[in-house]
Design a binder for this molecule. Structure first.
Ligand code: ACO
Length: 363
């Protein structure tokens, strides 16, 4: 029998993702197929799948509504010997994909070949922009909307596959309405054969709303407090309460990366929350380096449009504190805080971007 190595396949290589759409001759891949960045949350730390030769795991998505279809092929499977048996690839992936992903390949392809021409992404159209001669749209919806929930369920596997340490959201959470989802779609010109829907999924972002309670000072007396609670319950729409809006998962699919689309999507979302009165702070959950870079550049660009930010300067008349010493007023702290609050940035993020700005303005 062949050695263990011959029966082992790196799971990042075995898994191939594609977006597909109908073509006059059947089904075609849109753009190029791509491999995941990580598979350890699915197949274990070694990212190896045991028990197959020539293993291929194809996860194809209908490019518009992101209906998934899984197909697993191999030339040989390891015969079970005692407790040693081939990894149950299908069984493992069932924990990460909705049931629809396991329908027969033929049924999936038949469904794709007769697309609904009037299908649009879930939620409401939030903005349209063009990039490198292509048109893109951002659609915004709430997870409590069943159409939004359906697409999120289909694409959630992208989180462990592309975000290190990322976790999927509980779409059945009773507080689902606290999640806002932004879908990024390329909108193609209607083709002359009109066989496909014009929308191609390019990425998405989820935003969670935390209530942000500020205790009244001085504290309310018990009776006043009771009155306030009763008023809250009766008169307030919870969605109007002050909140922190936290960007939780942000993905641009590999065929669309490095084209400025992530930056455009982020800036659009940021602008939405700048204009969302209840949001007092826009935060990001565990950003990685690539996201930090994108965010720093976008935040700096936004801040530099504010005259009060442009006016912030290092006060060269004050001695710069030694490393480890308490900060002094080398920058007008009250003015900084006023800009930070206006820009709804968390203190650490604002400090990072402010430093970038101040360094570039040094004489
Ligand atoms: N044309 C060409 N390149 C451009 C353009 C443009 N118009 N605009 C920006 N770029 C460059 C940027 O300068 C940047 O270059 P750099 O990498 O040398 O700094 C690079 O393209 C990336 O910027 P964008 O294209 O705007 O970003 P992208 O669309 O590739 O999205 C992201 C970045 C979200 C990190 C994407 O790579 C991704 O989804 N990765 C996998 C998942 C991930 O890591 N998500 C973030 C996790 S953190 C979280 O979820 C909160």
């Amino acid at each position: 029998m062949a050695s263990d190595d011959a029966w082992s396949t790196p799971s990042n290589d075995a898994l191939l993702l594609s977006l597909v759409s109908p073509s006059p001759t059947g089904v075609k891949t849109v753009g190029h197929s791509f491999h995941p960045k990580f598979t350890y949350p699915i197949f274990g730390d070694s990212e190896e799948i045991f028990g197959y030769q020539d293993l291929e795991i194809n996860l194809r998505y209908n490019a518009s509504d992101m209906r998934p279809n899984l197909s697993i092929t191999y030339s040989k499977k390891f015969p079970a010997v005692g407790e040693t048996e081939a990894t149950d690839v299908d069984g493992i992936l069932r924990e990460f994909l909705p049931d629809i992903a396991f329908q027969k390949k033929k049924d999936f392809e038949t469904g794709i070949k007769s697309p609904r021409q009037d299908w649009t992404p879930p939620g409401k159209l939030a903005t349209t922009f063009s990039s490198h001669g292509n048109t893109f749209e951002v659609w915004k919806g709430n997870l409590a909307d069943l159409a939004v929930k359906q697409v999120v369920k289909r694409i959630q596997i992208l989180v462990p596959l592309f975000i290190e340490g990322g976790s999927a959201i509980d779409v059945d959470d009773p507080d689902a309405d606290r999640w806002t989802v932004f879908f990024l779609y390329q909108k193609k010109e209607a083709s002359s054969d009109s066989t496909s829907n014009p929308y191609v999924f390019a990425g998405y972002c989820t935003v969670y709303r935390f209530f942000h309670f500020r205790l009244p000072t001085p504290p309310l007396s018990p009776s006043e407090s009771d009155v306030e609670k009763a008023t809250l319950a009766q008169d307030f729409d919870l969605s109007e309460l002050p909140c922190r809006s936290r960007i939780s998962q942000f993905i641009v699919l590999p065929p669309f990366q490095g084209k400025g689309l992530g930056s455009r999507l982020y800036s659009h979302i940021f602008e939405q929350y700048i204009n969302h009165a209840p949001t007092v702070e826009i935060t990001v959950e565990d950003p990685n380096e690539a996201f930090d870079d994108l965010r720093d550049v976008a935040d700096l660009h936004y801040l530099r449009q504010l005259p009060e930010f442009q006016a912030l300067r290092i006060n060269t008349a004050v001695a710069i504190p030694k490393a480890g010493a308490a900060p002094n007023n080398i920058v007008d702290r009250a003015a900084c805080e006023a800009v930070r609050v206006k820009a709804k940035m968390a203190p650490r993020q604002f400090a990072r971007v402010l430093e970038m700005h101040l360094m570039s303005t040094l004489p």
